[in-house]
Write a protein that binds this ligand. Structure first.
Ligand code: PLP
Length: 394
């Protein structure tokens, strides 16, 4: 019989053979339009640092001041002694941004989703979940004891059939990403809200990639579509465009009170670190003062998308600054990733199980602080790699 270590080796070998082995790539610098990696300066096109705020001086200052004023750790879970006034202020601020009565901050988006969903859906309930929902939503659904019905990606007809099919449930909860992180497309929220009302279903959205990117003041997709007050649970993160770490849920005062009492990903974990809360608040300030950052992000994405198309790449249909460059096989995506690294561009191949088999891709994300020259240089590297690898002969 194989030893534990031998078993692990076999499993790793399987991943290696399938070109699905993953590894860490430690950066030697802070995040920005360029990063240091293995003694080289590379154009960063693989972050969620959409607005370039992760290392923005105003955020660093806010975080540093918060450490001086509030210390490093929250020292307890929120319900015990880990609830600082700083967090409450951030929560009020987020509620304002989201147009809700209240908000609750979580340690991370993953924790929020695995905490909130089981708190809202139990064994008598049915969850309707988009097939491309983020892994944290899927895990939240698995932890809930509810029946989970997965509808085809953005397919309203399918969603309607599942709603018709689940009339006996105590509660129905429709859950969707607002921006799908690996595809860059958005959920048809207005239509989903309409269906939800017709079938007396509740709605939960994950705005992780929408906050700071879509809507007035970066309020998200629901705000952009004017349906904020028709969505029951608006979840989002502080860790992407806002450049910090942590997450939130915004909704009615009743919802938040229930989550404080029931969401295990809130209750059984230490409160958000003061520096992270302060940095997120500073990010919201900055976006208010510099709305042009959002425009710059979109302009940069439009520019790079055109250049990648010109170079013969297939940029999948996207509604956001996320540019998924479809490659196909995991190995081909890895080869391109490697070639791009050699040509000064940091962009990581996204492979199954994160995306469906046969749709491995490079998820290219320019940020607001890339210059036109940076993007020109990146596009030239893509074109060069395509020639070297014999891709995209048209
Ligand atoms: C990144 C992400 C999360 C997880 O957020 P973290 O704060 O990084 O844990 C949740 N949902 C979506 C859609 C995400 O992209």
């Amino acid at each position: 019989m194989a030893s534990f270590e031998q078993q692990l080796e076999l499993e790793l070998e399987d991943l290696r053979t399938a070109a699905l082995l993953r590894r860490l790539r430690p950066l030697a610098s802070e995040h920005g339009p360029w990063v240091d990696y293995q003694d080289r300066r590379l154009i960063m096109l693989s972050s969620n640092n959409y607005l370039g705020l992760a290392a923005e001086p105003a955020l660093k200052r806010a975080a540093t001041r918060a450490i001086e004023r509030w210390g490093v750790g929250a020292a307890a879970s929120r319900l015990v002694a880990g609830s600082l006034e700083l967090c409450r202020e951030l929560e009020q601020r987020l509620a304002r941004l989201k147009g809700t009565q209240a908000a609750l901050v979580f340690g991370s988006g993953y924790l929020a989703n695995i905490g909130v969903i089981p708190a809202l859906a139990g064994s008598a309930d049915v969850i309707l979940s988009d097939e491309y929902n983020h892994a944290s939503l899927i895990d939240g659904c698995r932890l809930a004891r509810a029946t989970v019905r997965v509808y085809r990606h953005r397919d309203l007809d399918h969603l309607k059939v599942l709603l018709q099919d689940s009339q006996n449930a105590r509660r129905r909860l429709i859950i969707t990403d607002s921006v799908f992180s690996m595809d860059g497309d958005v959920a048809p929220l207005a239509e989903i809200v309409e269906l939800a009302q017709r079938f007396y279903a509740a709605t939960m959205i994950d705005e992780a990639h929408a906050v700071g990117v879509l809507g007035q003041g970066g309020a998200g997709l629901a705000a952009a579509l004017g349906v904020q007050d028709q969505i029951d649970v608006q979840m989002g993160t502080l860790s992407k465009a806002l450049g910090s770490y942590g997450a939130y849920v915004a909704g009615s005062a009743r919802l938040i009170e229930l989550l404080i009492n029931r969401a295990r990903g809130f209750i059984y974990t230490t409160g958000l670190a003061p520096a992270m809360a302060a940095a997120a608040a500073a990010a919201l300030d900055l976006i208010e003062r510099q709305p042009e950052r959002i425009r710059q992000l979109w302009d940069n994405a439009a520019f790079l998308k055109e250049r990648l198309n010109d170079a013969g790449f297939t940029v999948m249909r996207t509604d956001t600054p996320i540019l998924p460059v479809l490659i196909g096989s995991a190995q081909a995506a890895l080869d391109l990733e490697q070639a791009l690294l050699a040509h000064g561009v940091f962009v990581i191949a996204i492979r199954p199980p994160t995306v469906p088999p046969g749709t491995a891709r490079l998820r290219v994300t320019p940020i607001a602080t890339h210059s036109r020259e940076d993007l020109e240089q990146a596009a030239a590297a893509f074109a060069q790699c395509a020639r070297e690898l014999g891709l995209n002969r048209r």
